[in-house]
Design a protein around this ligand. Structure first.
Ligand code: DC
Length: 204
């Protein structure tokens, strides 16, 4: 089974993805981490051809053999990963890796282009959305960032780049179910998504 979750930054994709993966016994893959790791590699002076990425079953990400999972979620890499993600050659490499990971095993994969590009035949496609203000509040809370307005500004800039890039811009797939998480608790969102997956499993 393949479950694709897409949506803008801080829409709740990771919390939902982790819950669905655990409930339905799937591998959980956060593709944003791969773009972050490529950006980290570039910062370290590594050309794309010399970047080797692997993930383990716990979602740890290895850059040329080094576990960099804990280095990836910084404001600097928020920005750098969103820039690196506009490069066609980077996307081709990562889409290929993501498809190889998804082949032959049950996955919940989250990102920006999973339902549209990476797994267009996914069994379930979910697109999460929430207002920029709500997402900035969540992100600031998560990171203990004192200045919500700065977080909001950064988030809007990143959304804009993700939505307007030439290659695989952020868009819901035409067959995705859109869930607006603004006035919903995480439990409500999880329950709605679980119902979608169960319905799909019954149809199979
Ligand atoms: O989900 P995230 O915030 O960790 O993603 C970091 C950046 O990577 C994000 O700004 C856009 C890019 N990204 C992408 O273009 N396609 C994906 N499938 C996942 C992430």
């Amino acid at each position: 089974m393949q479950i694709a979750i897409d949506g803008p930054a801080a829409a709740g994709k990771t919390s939902l993805g982790r819950a669905l993966a655990s409930r339905f016994g799937c591998l959980f893959v956060e593709t944003g981490k791969m773009y972050r790791a490529v950006a980290l590699g570039a910062e370290r002076g590594l050309p794309l051809a010399e970047i080797d990425l692997t993930i383990d079953k716990n979602g740890h990400l290895f850059l040329n053999g080094e576990d960099v999972t804990d280095l990836l979620h910084t404001p600097r890499l928020d920005e750098a990963s969103s820039k690196v993600a506009t490069r066609r050659e980077v996307r081709e490499r990562l889409v290929d890796l993501q498809r190889r990971i998804a082949a032959g095993q049950d996955v919940v994969m989250e990102g920006r282009d999973i339902g549209t590009v990476v797994l267009p035949r996914a069994d379930v496609k979910i697109f999460l959305q929430a207002s920029a203000r709500e997402r900035a509040l969540r992100r600031a809370r998560e990171r203990n960032a004192p200045d919500v307005s700065l977080t909001l500004e950064e988030l809007i800039a990143r959304d804009e780049r993700d939505r307007t890039r030439d290659v695989a811009p952020l868009n819901p797939a035409c067959d995705a179910t859109i869930i607006d998480t603004d006035r919903k608790s995480l439990d409500e969102v999880i329950s709605e998504a679980q119902d979608l997956v169960k319905e799909r499993l019954r149809e199979r």
